[in-house]
Design a binder for this molecule. Structure first.
Ligand SMILES: Nc1ncnc2c1ncn2[C@@H]1O[C@H](COP(=O)(O)OP(=O)(O)OP(=O)(O)O)[C@@H](O)[C@H]1O
Length: 245
């Protein structure tokens, strides 16, 4: 395994209860400073990959390694301590609380106050809106800005890898652009990002690596720009080819 691989899922089989398998031998790698974007049709298993990676769902077979250590079967809390943060689908900002209070909820496990202060400075440097609105009530921020508060909460523990489940959900195109810019800033700050997106074409324009899932397997993977340029993938999975001028 290359040393820059932060998270690796290998030959994962997973499902819910006694129901049929959702993931059928899926493998994916995420490297430091890289955004890997999972796309594919509804029900392909994209969110299930994130649940397996974060310990919310135990795989029936296969392995998960984090920074080269086998962490298969560990709980979400253990994985958080080991360097993996998961930003769930939907909105998890507490609207009545300030931005600071929301971000600090993520830092409850950081006992050392000076290291917590240093981490605050770090998230403020990654997300300028969070710094500017630090004392504001979170409910007064726009949907895209609230997403940045969720990202900051995930980054306060300074994880090696962040899992993002549909961060653009419910946002208009302009705010989606802003949110994808913030995902790129996390990557540029050295974090590995594994992202699930319905907004496949626009997410792949920002991502480094794309991974097309279908029926619980990886149908195609490679540099995101190459997937975007593939006419067959465009027609099947990316909502058709963009109109040419
Ligand atoms: N908690 C659950 N219990 C039982 N089945 C589930 C559960 N969550 C998901 N599934 C099933 O697993 C399959 C894959 O779901 P998943 O949410 O991973 O797909 P997805 O690719 O993220 O889809 P979407 O794009 O619609 O969010 C679906 O058939 C879904 O019905």
């Amino acid at each position: 395994m290359a040393s820059d691989v932060v998270l690796e899922l290998t030959d994962i089989e997973a499902g819910y209860g006694k129901a049929a398998l959702v993931l059928r031998g899926l493998s994916v790698q995420v490297r430091r400073g890289e955004v890997v974007c999972l796309v594919g049709p509804n029900g392909a298993g994209k969110s299930t990959v994130l649940k397996v990676a974060s310990g919310l769902l135990k795989p029936r077979s296969g392995s998960i390694t984090l920074n080269g250590t086998d962490v298969t079967g560990r709980s979400p809390q253990e994985l958080l301590r080991a360097g993996l943060s998961h930003v769930l689908q939907g909105h998890s900002v507490f609207r009545e609380m300030t931005v600071e209070e929301n971000v600090m909820l993520g830092g409850y496990s950081v006992a050392d106050q000076s290291s917590l202060r240093e981490r605050c400075d770090f998230v403020k440097s990654v997300f300028p809106v969070v710094a500017e609105r630090w004392t504001s009530t979170a409910g007064l921020l726009s949907g895209g800005q609230q997403k940045q508060v969720e990202f900051a909460r995930a980054l306060i523990v300074r994880p090696d890898v962040v899992l993002l489940d549909e961060p653009s959900m419910g946002l208009d195109p302009k705010r989606t652009t802003t949110v994808f810019e913030q995902v790129a800033r996390m990557r540029d700050a050295g974090v590995a990002v594994l992202l699930v997106e319905q907004n496949a074409r626009r997410a792949l324009e920002m991502a480094d690596i794309g991974c097309v899932l279908d029926l619980g397997r990886v149908f195609a993977t490679g540099p995101a720009a190459e997937l975007l340029a593939d006419p067959k993938l465009s027609d099947l999975y990316l909502g058709g080819r963009p109109a040419t001028a």
